[in-house]
Design a protein around this ligand. Structure first.
Ligand code: ATP
Ligand code: K
Ligand code: MG
Length: 605
């Protein structure tokens, strides 16, 4: 059984696999190490990955990219609306408040959730991995941005499930990077930890993480981000610049033409890459619109001036990450720069001035996330032996609780999980209740969240139960390996009041909330094995817990999505097979014709 790591980028995906001798990056059909994150709906079949990217200008309205931006978000959020403006396909609001992608396929109007599109991408990558590794691939670790919410994490798991994958973990991108950096390194100093800052600049976002390394282990000290600062934003600066130039020069308005927009954006991205290596660069697009060929030119200095606001914004996540890690700049051993968005020379300069020294590039900028994920997958898989290495990640948001009246439950230290809480983690909470009740899990501090994200995570109902007086209810929370929070169990503790010195709980105790790290509280087996257990003088009784998540895919929708994916995959195979048959038939016809002609020639002569 092979284990793989997936880095699903907004622009490119990378797959890495654990092999006997280490980690390998897998090649796609075009022998490339990166595969475009694109799903395109053609006339009769879907085109995925590289093939999808190739049809972007042919089927502009039915070619879906950057679906990672749309998964598990609220359609109406202004930040999401801003993203949608840059994308050429049609969208609408789903019944759960999420995004729906609308397109025409096989002469029908279709609607897909971002989860479904992501599943198509996953299925394509799974297939690619299986071809490469010559065997089934299900176990995987998938990289995610640290700022992904509960909803986004659950959406990823749903997408993976539809694609037939089994994620052993959703892993924060920079944690995966740090793992790959630390596990093989042997020159860490013996006295105290070595602190390294990782800066990952991708197509849409910037993530900064501080990790502390010691022999045999690493600990994440902080995660910070700007989820609207990446290579795409630099493309957009060039796009706006040339759209304006061409308006003046050629009297065309590219904004009114979807295909022209796509082509100009693509050219600007190429131009940006040329500017990374050259002091100036030209742009030439034939027949951009109104049958006009356009030409332009920009100097790197002018580009950098246009980008000065973007460049300045890089310092915020950097400063936040270092501050939250609780270290001084002088305690940083190195700054490691990754992500292809960081290839703009001005970014390197900006980071040098922020940290007072030049960042390094010792890691493979585009492959390190996938490699770290594959490595971690091997660590989690029973079939591989990897040297012992401890990975401690930290959760980037504070998680709080609200009671049914919408009142925040005041918890010791203000939150169920503090920002930066190590995870996976159990917590035990003891409440006094006499009846069925709800607990709403929320993000406790909206300032920590990406713009436009809802603080509501999920609602739990603990019950049914009722009692004549308040009883102790012990609730066991779990922030799991994926960074998803749930209530694992709840139980009523009935004190045995017939004994000498026990008293029934008084009214005052109703507000008495006790919290502890659940793991040490009791062994899970005692509550799972029996509904009722006698423990000393107290009687423990399990209570049902049901979860109502805020948004996302329901069980029925998931089943429908699975069925739909099967249907679509069948259609693709059918078309491919017909193509193959046609090819075989065609070559048979040519072959026969040649033979017949040759023979006829002989006969004629
Ligand atoms: P994300 O991390 O946001 O999900 P991603 O992982 O797909 O996206 P990367 O592959 O790390 O992103 O980076 C893609 C970005 O890097 C694109 O914006 C691309 O234009 C940019 N890029 C690639 N090569 C260069 C270069 N030589 N100079 C400047 N930018 C580059
Ligand atoms: K990537
Ligand atoms: Mg990335």
């Amino acid at each position: 059984m092979s284990v793989v790591g997936f880095d699903i980028g907004n622009e490119n995906c990378v797959i890495a696999a654990a092999r006997n001798r280490g980690i390998d990056v897998l090649l796609n059909d075009e022998s490339n190490r990166e595969t475009p994150s694109v799903v395109s709906f053609g006339e009769k079949q879907r085109f995925l990955g590289s093939a999808g990217a190739a049809s972007a200008t042919m089927n502009p309205r039915s070619t879906i990219s950057q679906v990672k931006r749309l998964i598990g978000v609220q359609y109406r959020s202004p930040a999401v609306q801003d993203d949608l403006k840059l994308l050429p396909f049609e969208t609408s609001e789903g019944s759960d408040g999420g995004v729906l992608i609308c397109l025409r396929y096989l002469d029908e109007r279709c609607e897909f959730t971002p989860v479904q599109i992501m599943a198509m991408l996953f299925a394509h990558l799974k297939c690619m991995a299986e071809k490469n590794l010559d065997g089934a691939v299900t176990d995987c670790v998938i990289g995610i941005p640290s700022y992904f919410t509960d909803l986004q994490r659950r959406a990823y798991l749903d997408a993976a499930h539809i694609a037939g994958l089994r994620p052993l973990r959703l892993m924060h991108d920079c944690t995966a990077i740090a793992l790959g950096y630390g596990i093989y390194k042997t020159d860490f100093k013996d006295s105290g930890p070595t602190n390294v800052v990782f800066v990952d600049i991708g197509h849409c976002d910037t993530q900064v993480t501080v990790a502390a390394f010691e022999h045999g282990r690493m600990k994440i000290l902080s995660h910070a981000f700007d989820n609207h600062l990446g290579g795409r934003d630099f493309d957009e600066i060039l796009f706006k610049y040339f759209a304006e130039k061409f308006r003046e020069q050629y009297n065309i308005d590219v904004y009114t033409n979807t295909r022209a927009c796509i082509r100009l954006r693509a050219s600007c991205e190429k131009l940006k890459k040329v500017l990374s290596a050259n002091a100036e660069a030209p742009i030439n697009i034939e027949c951009l619109m109104d049958e006009k060929d356009v030409k332009g030119f920009i100097k790197r200095d002018d580009f950098e001036n246009l980008c000065s606001d973007l460049l300045k914004r890089i310092s915020f996540p950097c400063v936040n990450a270092v501050n939250e890690a609780g270290i001084g700049v002088d305690q940083i051993y190195a700054i490691e720069l990754v992500g292809s968005g960081s290839r703009i020379p001005a970014i390197m300069r900006e980071l040098t001035s922020i940290f007072g020294r030049e960042p390094r590039r010792t890691l493979n900028a585009s492959e390190c996330v996938a490699r770290g994920c594959a490595l971690h997958c091997a660590m989690l898989s029973p079939t591989y032996r990897v040297r012992d290495y401890e990975v401690q990640d930290s959760y980037p948001f504070a998680i709080g609780l609200q009671s049914e009246e919408g009142n925040t439950i005041s918890l010791p230290n203000g939150a169920l999980y503090q920002k930066g809480n190590p995870f996976p983690s159990f917590k035990m909470l003891t409440l006094q209740r006499s009846n069925t009740f709800h607990l709403d899990v929320i993000y406790a501090n909206e300032n920590e969240l990406p713009a436009g994200v809802s603080p509501n995570v999920s609602r739990f109902t603990i019950g049914p139960f009722s009692s004549s007086h308040n009883v102790k209810v012990k609730v066991r929370f779990h922030l799991n390996l994926h960074g998803i929070v749930s209530i694992e169990s709840a139980s009523l503790i009935e004190e045995d009041y017939s004994s000498n010195n026990a008293h029934p709980p008084s009214e005052q105790m109703a507000s008495d909330i006790h919290m502890s790290n659940g793991a040490s509280e009791y062994s899970p087996s005692t509550t799972h094995s029996a509904d009722e257990t006698r423990k000393g003088k107290a009687r423990r009784q399990n209570v049902t817990v049901s979860q109502d998540v805020c948004g996302g895919t329901t069980r029925d929708e998931l089943l429908q999505a699975l069925e739909k994916e099967r249907e679509l995959a069948y259609q693709d195979i059918k078309v491919e097979q017909t193509k193959e048959k046609k090819n075989t038939l065609e070559s048979f016809v040519y072959d026969t014709r040649n033979k017949v002609c040759n023979r006829l020639e002989q006969v004629i002569w």
